[in-house]
Design a protein around this ligand. Structure first.
Ligand SMILES: Nc1ncnc2c1ncn2[C@@H]1O[C@H](COP(=O)(O)OP(=O)(O)OP(=O)(O)O)[C@@H](O)[C@H]1O
Length: 644
């Protein structure tokens, strides 16, 4: 076989991220080791799991370990594992590209954080950069890997100096797994020496103590000389050395799976480090739950709520956060069966001792034990959220509220519970979160419904003409700005016995409409409708306007303007729904148009004014005009005339 070496360019985003890592994380260099150890431990988990169904795959290499070999003379650091390894294609796929969704959003956030350099480590931590963090300490990285099941001559060597390109070629490797060699950078005055055994011991102890495989290192030890090698005098007293220096392999971590320990024995720092190991998030978690269930359903669970939402929370490729174990043997990552989608941000492990190791995802979905665990975990998580103090809960809600609310639509059995945990900004809350319970408590005596309006901008909603009458009545309105709210209001038609009512759809019935006045406007409204027929389905007197001239509304069952916008943004074509043009009969402009109409029905200005009324209604809700140029010209003409 001809081994050929290929040179590839890093994908642009990889290079951008590499540059950032190399240039902005001076203070956090230690974590490269945690990241590489985590990857090695994941790789061993994977081969162990694979061996459950393919026992032959391990051969005689069954003693799992992660070996660290620092070399102070060559200034290299080597880490090797006997995990699952990678094939040529896998190396190309995993190392050199960032498959992660949300990369673009992440880079955008970084761009915005420029000038606030202290924010960078936090942002990078949120994203998790794993393998690439080694470029913080290394000038060159060489990775040699042999996939489980591959022959010795089917190994792969990947090498890069982190400056735009990498090489990849086939090579030989005697054993399964991955060996990564770092050519360490020249040590600066204040840098740690990563070839010093005490430095390495310290980092492993601090960040990776609970890793469930031995992390070993050859260390120099003083050992007593065997008796026959000790030189003694005539009185049998030793002359000279009684010990000698030897290299011995030592295990640096305690390997105690943290979730199996009693919560009272685990220190906060240990919980925190375990979270970082698990989630690759460098920020400490917001909350944790360490649960031990005994009895018919026996399992341990350690769950964390992160303090920051990851970038991929809303992308289709997002990961779930629960790893499933049975008696400390890893079964699978991202176990969706244990956590509903609306809790996908929860990270942690579940270790169920009675679970069959060969269990497949299909079986898991129906497994009674799994269903029971899921039910228990959900209950505990809801309890935790309900008991959080208001400040922490608001922080949680800022990060994950939009995800949690998905459950109102997707999990009918938890609809009420999640609705009680939902929070909204309102026309009265001045940027604070308000619960539906508080909303109901503050309802006016003559108020029968819970009013809401949906849209993407809080400020636009707050000033929406649709709310004028409601504000005059001093009725509070929920301002719903998350896309998911459109689905929430479809499902949550009432709360605490009070119907939810859109402020922009259907009649508001706040005041009695004066029928004779309405009658007087019939002819004009008919004329306007005739002129705008292609765009609107009706012109009617408004039940919601007080100061503005016009607004658009829908019938109660029509799609809202925001929903239409969302569907269009996602590439769908919503059915064409014409909306209703509502006019304020008490507004002087409408009165004047009526007078003009009655005195001269053929006046050409009437058509222009009809168009202007519609355009104003569109502009006031932040919509897009068909012909903004025409609008601007008409307003210009009016201004000129007003100033003549
Ligand atoms: N020691 C290893 N053995 C086998 N595969 C590895 C090893 N190290 C890395 N990989 C593969 O390379 C991929 C990329 O690793 P990297 O550390 O960059 O990201 P990650 O671990 O997937 O994500 P993150 O660290 O951000 O959570 C891994 O998902 C894994 O498939």
């Amino acid at each position: 076989m001809e081994a050929k070496k290929e040179t590839h360019q890093f994908k642009t985003e990889v290079q951008q991220i590499l540059n950032l890592i190399i240039n902005s994380l001076y203070s956090n260099k230690d974590i490269f080791l945690r990241e590489l150890i985590s990857n090695a431990s994941d790789a061993i988990d994977k081969v162990r799991y694979k061996a459950e169904t393919e026992p032959g795959i391990l051969g005689d290499d069954t003693e799992f370990k992660i070996k660290l070999s620092p070399d102070g003379i060559k200034r290299t650091f080597e880490i090797s594992d006997n995990g699952i390894g990678m094939t040529y294609e896998e190396v190309l796929e995993n190392i050199g590209t960032i498959a992660k969704s949300g990369t673009a959003g992440f880079l955008e956030a970084l761009e915005q954080a420029k000038g606030h350099e202290t924010l960078l480590p936090e942002l990078i931590g949120q994203f998790g950069v794993g393998f690439y963090s080694a470029f913080m300490v290394a000038d060159k990285i060489t990775l040699v890997t042999r996939a489980a099941g591959a022959e010795a001559n089917q190994a792969v060597k990947w090498e890069s100096t982190g400056d735009g390109s990498y090489t990849i070629e086939e090579t030989e490797k005697a054993h399964r797994g991955t060996t990564i060699t770092l050519d360490l950078k020249k040590k600066g005055k204040d840098d740690k020496d990563f070839t010093d055994q005490w430095t390495v011991r310290g980092i492993v102890k601090q960040h990776s103590d609970f890793v469930s495989y031995p992390i070993t290192m050859e260390v120099e030890r003083d050992e007593p000389l065997p008796d026959e090698e000790i030189i003694k005098d005539k009185d049998d007293k030793p002359i000279g050395a009684t010990t000698r220096k030897v290299m011995r392999e030592e295990t640096l971590n305690s390997m105690k799976a943290i979730w199996t320990r009693s919560p009272s024995d685990v220190k906060d720092e240990e919980y925190e480090e375990f979270y970082k190991h698990l989630s690759h998030d460098w920020n400490p978690p917001m909350e944790r739950l360490h649960l031990k269930f005994e009895g018919t359903t026996e399992y341990d669970a350690l769950l964390y709520i992160p303090s920051k939402a990851p970038f991929d929370l809303f992308t289709p490729e997002r990961r779930h956060g629960i790893h499933l174990y049975s008696k400390r043997v890893f079964i699978m990552e991202d176990c969706k069966e244990l956590m509903p989608e609306y809790f996908r941000f929860v990270k942690g492990v579940v270790d169920a001792s009675d679970l069959n190791l060969n269990v497949s995802r299909e079986i898991l979905q129906q497994d009674r034990l799994v269903l029971n665990i899921r039910k228990n975990l959900l209950k505990k998580l809801f309890d935790k959220l309900e008991k959080m103090d208001a400040k922490t809960y608001n922080q949680f809600y800022d990060e994950f509220g939009a995800v949690l609310k998905e459950g109102i639509h997707t999990d009918p059995s938890k609809k009420e519970k999640i609705a009680s945990l939902a929070r909204y900004k309102t026309t009265k809350s001045e940027d604070a979160w308000v619960s539906l319970d508080d909303y109901v408590k503050n309802m006016k005596a003559d108020q029968k419904e819970i009013y809401y309006i949906t849209g993407d901008k809080l400020s636009a909603l707050l000033n929406s003409p649709h709310l004028e009458k409601l504000k005059e009545k001093d009725f509070e309105v929920l301002l719903m700005t998350d896309p998911v709210d459109e689905w929430v209001v479809q499902t949550l038609t009432e709360y605490d016995g009070k119907p939810l009512k859109s402020a922009e759809k259907g009649d508001l019935d706040l005041d009695k409409v004066d029928d004779s006045k309405k009658e007087a406007y019939n002819a004009l409204f008919g004329f306007i409708k005739g002129h705008l027929e292609e765009k609107i389905k009706e012109v009617k007197p408004s039940t919601r306007l007080k100061d503005s001239v016009a607004c658009l509304s829908g019938d109660a069952w029509d799609m809202s303007a925001y929903m239409e916008k969302l569907l269009k943004a996602s590439g769908q074509k919503p059915p064409e729904t014409k909306r209703v043009l509502e006019l304020n009969m008490d507004h002087p402009v409408v009165e004047k148009i009526k007078a003009l109409f009655e005195s001269d029905r053929d006046n050409p200005e009437l058509k222009n004014y009809s168009q202007l009324l519609l355009d104003m209604a569109i502009v006031s809700e932040g919509g897009k005009l068909d012909n903004p140029g025409r609008f601007s010209k008409m307003v210009g003409d009016l201004m000129t005339r007003a100033m003549e």
